[in-house]
Design a protein. Structure first.
Lengths: 544, 544
């Protein structure tokens, strides 16, 4: 199926040009009845309207398996006259969002490794970028909404946390450069986010607008370094896209948040830092924007400020009309819209495979799902995830020899929303094999674990913005106190900041893992007990 | 991709012939790291060995989304020199096992409708068969392991329960005939199971062997009717396959269970009832067989008894060798193996699309996943599921007007294993919208709901063989007693046999639904409250 060449922007109407600036959100699942967030995810009929009638430029996908996304990307591209940019928030690899692909631990695990072995961490980050790009391409994604280049120098940051590559500008710069260079080996877009730095906030911008009072010197010393490194690396190619932050930086703009700020996007990012790629807003439906600006004014302000791409506007059609209207009344310059479309064309050329004799000879052929998905979850990819998990875990206390009957207390935020804990998760099945009965608790539970049995406690606490991180820490403390007499071992899966808030008896063996996925569980239990167990043990039973 | 014609059985070696009799189990997921049952599900490398080196005749899939299965079937067929039969236990439609496709309520819902309107139930059963066939074909499945034609005349039956189409031979015969005729409009195989009738057992054959002492007169009066109807329908085509039961029927064979019994398979089914299609065993790894017979002897006995196809032997390679050895030592006749292969060829011809000028001109071309999956979950399919749910629900008590704050107590068997209860399930989100806080309990919970708040109780109890059905009923009784003072409404999702075990205060509004899936929840809540709510309400919020 050959797609036509990218048209000359001059041949497009104003509304066609503006539509190319818009990225709409839909589910990675194939059917409307599988939509998980009806308020935010367009149905198939809506997608057909947005793509076929309006001609939007891109799509962001959330949810579904890798196989579904592979089919979905093919279907969506087939609707589009101009090839789509298809993006996903795959900060922990493609498997973080789309089951079947490789699920890497969060980037902060690399920061942990960098403390003692920066070169190893850089090598891992480079491979992490390569594999993320390969797996993204394999399922039809051409736009990686990663890496987070924010410096997480505020331990109570409710948004960034383990999504950052570290706590210092130096480590974040080096590791994210490595990630970008690894990904740049492939024709996909990478995204440095969230400009000008989202690491030092204590308010969740999904809900409300954080205000930051740093002066410019501090901004330059801490936050901007990793962006500069991504935009003008000493070696290799610059990052393709910079995503804006929904934060107020009073030193640069007292009126508007960065996403809508001309001094920040055009002044600082475009002119001062000389960024020549795509500027994309963070999702415009987020609370930090919607609580102050209407959906239309927000989109117009973003473009006015210098954004080339508007991500997830609350009302796609209204947003296109509002931007067109702003051009007609002279508030926005049509030349600027055309410049953004030319930026988008360069991005689409990059991701559309080898070019012909010139941009006008470009042809586009979507990937074949069956052959492509077989490139996912290759041994070297799973091996890298395992190596990062191993090298970044922390451990203490004496050895642990499980012997049932016992109790396996697992604490999660929400039992209905933990993809890392399927029925067959090693955190459940392995202790079951020792004769440890499961007690599963979440932030809704008023139930207490039994006190008389030898107990292993496994805590899954990330401090996720949408979750009740702090309540969970309190619960975890309570459970640890209650079971402390019989406490045999504790495993934390998640955030080192939570680990630091929990006081453990000195002699209890414990392990901290950045990962929460089944692979992390299997490795953690194996390491604590000191022998190969869990998934591998079960697997062997089949081939006997 | 054209596949070669089916070869003349005389051109195949003995072990190649025998391999065609074997159906192996694997996951519908694409990757080994997604295998949920490592003891039973072959890895990709094993599948390649079984298909490419050994030449097994078929595959049974469990797990994965419809999209994954579509890709997986294409991959597996591409490995096979002789096209594979690919089967799945889709008794409640394709969506029961593979997400994205239509999930119908269990067949007993049709039996409920048949009590008052047999013609409507038959029309629904016919469409149910059609849609199941269409959705199966759309993802590459060519063998439906349905309908269950057992008569569920034992309310404590732990295996069949709501999987049956009814409690009387007449209703089961009529509805399963309609299902088969509907499916027979398409080139897929249908399967009447479990011969000679599994409806009157109180032992779970997955775990141990049920013994049934009925005389032949009773067998003829009750159990055999639906099989006769499926094999020799008054109108339409006979069922393609009969699956055997792992039960001992002492009146016919005191020594072996039906699966391994020559009097039952060859004597009764083949000769007396004149069944001319494929005879397949139920899974040979099940406890009823493995606890008495080794894996090799079980397979040899099954073929000796008259089975054409051996489903899920514990050791694929050893099973092929054992059957070959039995031929070489004269215990089995090679002519019988060849006859079974000819039966299998007829089945493969049927499912492989239009024939050429004769069987030897047959070509095979696998379906194209992208275009095929778009045929799933069509409005008429979802509409049928909704109609069956509506027409089969029961209701009582006064009207219900929810008003928060309140409590929504949901009781499930295992919170880690309920596909029907995603985070966005109407059973959760709808009461949340009323201001009813969720208390989620399962058979592991020692927690009790609060007593002071107005409470809606939603029970998901099926009496599934692998679950702790009876314990749950006790728990449900307890919770209903505790909350009875403030009990506003009760919804049962699952089995009418559970409903009958629960005593409810007369004045409490209640509803019983055969379905457990989100669609059943949305309908039940909507019906109880008396207005359109739930999923539909949420959906509207998007288009506003």
């Amino acid at each position: 199926m050959l797609k036509p060449i990218l048209p000359d922007p001059d041949s497009l109407s104003l509304s066609q040009l503006v539509a190319q600036l818009i990225v709409v959100r839909t589910t990675g699942h194939l059917f409307d009845h599988e939509i998980e967030y009806p308020a935010w995810e367009a149905t198939n009929a809506q997608m057909e309207h947005y793509i076929t009638d309006l001609g939007v430029g891109g799509v962001i996908l959330l949810g579904g398996s890798a196989a579904e996304v592979a089919l979905r990307c093919q279907t969506l591209q087939a609707m589009a006259e101009i090839p789509l940019l298809i993006a996903a928030d795959i900060e922990e690899g493609v498997g973080q969002r789309f089951s079947g692909a490789t699920w890497f631990p969060p980037p902060m695990a690399l920061g942990e490794i960098a403390r003692t072995d920066l070169e190893l961490a850089k090598a891992y980050a480079y491979q992490f970028g390569q594999y993320t790009a390969r797996e993204a391409m394999a399922i039809g994604l051409n736009w990686i909404l990663a890496p987070v280049v924010d410096v997480n120098n505020n331990p109570v940051n409710p948004v960034i946390n383990v999504r950052a590559f570290g706590e210092t500008p130096k480590i974040v710069t080096q590791l994210t450069q490595a990630f970008i260079q690894g990904a740049q080996e492939y024709p996909v877009l990478t995204t440095a986010k969230h400009f000008p730095g989202h690491g030092d906030t204590s308010i969740d911008s999904h809900l409300s607008l954080p205000v930051i009072d740093h002066d410019l010197g501090r901004l330059d010393r801490v936050e901007l370094g990793p962006f500069k490194g991504a935009i003008s690396p000493e070696a290799g190619k610059p990052v393709d896209v910079v995503m804006t932050a929904h934060i107020c930086l009073s030193a640069l703009d007292k009126q508007h948040p960065a996403t809508l700020s001309k001094p920040i996007l055009t002044g600082l990012l475009r002119q001062e830092l000389g960024f020549g790629g795509l500027i994309v807003t963070d999702a415009l439906v987020m609370g930090a924007i919607t609580e102050t600006y209407g959906p239309y004014e927000a989109a117009v302000l973003a473009v006015e400020a210098g954004a080339d791409v508007v991500l997830m506007p609350a009302d796609v059609e209204g947003c296109i009309q509002a931007i067109c209207e702003a051009v007609r009344v002279g508030r926005l310059d049509e030349g600027q819209i055309r410049t953004s479309v030319e930026q988008i064309w360069r991005a689409k050329h990059k991701v559309s495979g080898p070019l012909g004799t010139g941009p006008s000879c470009h042809n586009w052929e979507p990937a074949e799902p069956v052959t492509q998905v077989q490139q996912l979850a290759q041994p070297e990819m799973l091996g890298l995830a395992r190596n990062i998990l191993r090298a970044s875990s922390r451990q203490g206390g004496a050895g642990f020899r499980p012997k049932g009957p016992g109790q396996n207390v697992i604490l999660v935020d929400d039992v209905l929303n933990c993809r890392y804990l399927p029925r067959t998760a090693p955190a459940i099945t392995q202790p079951m094999g020792w004769g440890y009965e499961l007690t599963l608790l979440d932030s809704r539970s008023s139930q207490l674990p039994k006190t008389e049995l030898p107990t292993v406690v496994q805590l899954f606490i990330r401090g996720n913005p949408f979750r009740s991180g702090q309540n969970l820490v309190q619960l975890a403390r309570k459970y640890l106190e209650i079971t402390v007499g019989d406490l045999q071992a504790v495993i934390f899966y998640g955030s080192p900041y939570v680990l630091e808030q929990l006081a453990l008896p000195d002699d209890v063996p414990w392990l901290f893992s950045y990962g929460q996925m089944p692979m992390a569980q299997s490795l953690a239990l194996e390491t604590l007990v000191g022998e190969a167990i869990a998934v591998e043990a079960v697997d062997r039973s089949f081939t006997d």
